[in-house]
Design a binder for this molecule. Structure first.
Ligand code: LMR
Length: 403
């Protein structure tokens, strides 16, 4: 029955992680996944999460019931607050808990494919590889197009290319995927002026923006600054823009395997919001019935408890601070060796990732000869650098670029 199944290439992030796991070399370094590690290369359990777990486990009424159809009420409420603060006053919104960022992106793709029926979905070039896969999976008939984003000659955003492509080629009702902050994979975010221009193009052309918000707290270490673009869209034109936010708590709470996220659809009327919510519930029922509850309870407990929330802010600072340190260490090690290339963007890039600019061939040499794993696009995950491996990584990159 299954002989005709075509061979299918694995997602490159998961493939790199698996290959590195199987590699027995003692100096191997996996710089492929966007997963925060501490300086001992262990996945970090945030102190705020440890405390919230204790609070939850001490509660004798903790049970394992199904959740309400739109998810854990506390989680949905804090997800909204962290994303929009008070910018939604008077707006009508449908919010649902989702299975982390992947689930939220999937849910919005399914929803928009059914109700908006876009001809085209636009992605930044490059983008998180799963964006394309999710939309292909949901509806292969929707065209996928790129808007210019990263100029690899200058390691900056190609603002003109981006705006002129959208102005010239996007059509009314198309969907545009935007990343709220700490862009994956480039580590380069639009300025506030550029965000204003992007919002204006979306309005002029009648595009439907979907924000992927997976790294709130990682760009600046500050939740409010990192939500600036979303809140700008929420308040623009007297609060009349309609858009969606797919939100993940995997990274900013370190809850990767718990699959905690949310989807928000910002609409123009209570009636539209109610209809959107009914549609989302229908999809969730067919696909998963209920979202997972323990991770959702952890996030809600932390954000609703002032002391735990304060601890969480410190945890975010710890994570973004270590990323900054590692960026600086890698930059120092490369410039000390006069490694060919311009590395100064390592210091100004934002969040978990940077593009090293290595060709796919050199990425392969780095992997095969030095056991250092990047993505084929040359993306390097900064949270996987440690004081123990950064010199080896820099020396390996140096060798690959000079030998
Ligand atoms: C990444 O890009 O490495 C992360 O978002 C993890 C993933 O699911 O791909």
């Amino acid at each position: 029955w299954f002989d005709e199944i075509p061979s299918i290439a694995t997602d490159s992030t998961l493939a790199a992680m698996e290959a590195c796991k199987a590699d027995t070399h003692e100096k191997k370094v996996d710089l492929s996944p966007g997963i925060y590690h501490d300086d001992n290369s262990s996945t970090w359990v945030l102190p705020s999460v440890k405390k919230a777990r204790e609070v939850l486990l001490a509660d004798k009424s903790l049970n394992h019931n199904l959740q309400p159809q739109n998810g854990h009420p506390g989680l949905v409420s804090v997800a909204r607050e962290l994303t929009f603060s008070d910018t939604l006053d008077g707006r009508s919104i449908a919010s649902m808990q989702a299975i982390s960022g992947t689930g939220a992106n999937h849910l919005v793709a399914r929803f928009l494919s059914d109700v908006l029926q876009p001809k085209t979905v636009w992605f930044s070039n490059p983008t998180w590889e799963n964006h394309r896969e999710i939309w292909r999976h949901v509806n292969p008939a929707i065209n996928q197009r790129n808007y210019p984003y990263y100029d690899d000659r200058t390691s900056t955003i190609d603002s003109q290319g981006m705006l002129s492509t959208l102005r010239g080629h996007a059509s009314r009702g198309d969907v545009i995927i935007l990343q709220a902050c700490a862009h994956n994979p480039t580590g380069v975010d639009p300025s506030r002026e550029l965000w204003e221009a992007i919002a204006a193009v979306c309005e002029e052309k009648g595009l439907f923006p979907v924000f992927d918000s997976a790294y709130q707290g990682f760009a600046t270490g500050n939740i409010d600054n990192d939500a600036w673009a979303i809140r700008h869209f929420a308040t623009r034109s007297n609060g009349t823009m309609e858009f969606a936010v797919a939100q993940s708590f995997s990274k900013n709470f370190g809850l990767y395997g718990e699959r905690v996220g949310a989807l928000h659809i910002v609409t123009r009327s209570n009636e539209s919001a109610a209809k959107a919510e009914a549609k989302l519930k229908k999809i969730q029922r067919a696909e998963i019935t209920s979202t997972p509850s323990f991770g959702a309870k952890i996030v809600a407990t932390i954000v609703q408890n002032p002391a735990l929330r304060e601890q969480w802010q410190q945890d975010l600072q710890t994570m973004s601070g270590r990323l900054q340190d590692m960026r600086k260490r890698l930059y120092d090690e490369l410039t000390k060796r006069n490694t060919p290339g311009n590395w100064s963007h390592l210091l100004t890039d934002i969040g978990m990732f940077s593009m090293t600019g290595l060709s796919p061939k050199r990425v392969a040499v780095l992997r095969n000869n030095f056991h250092v794993y990047l993505l084929p696009t040359s993306r390097l995950a900064v949270p996987c650098l440690t004081t123990g491996n950064v010199e080896y990584v820099a020396e390996s990159i140096h060798q690959v670029l000079t030998v």
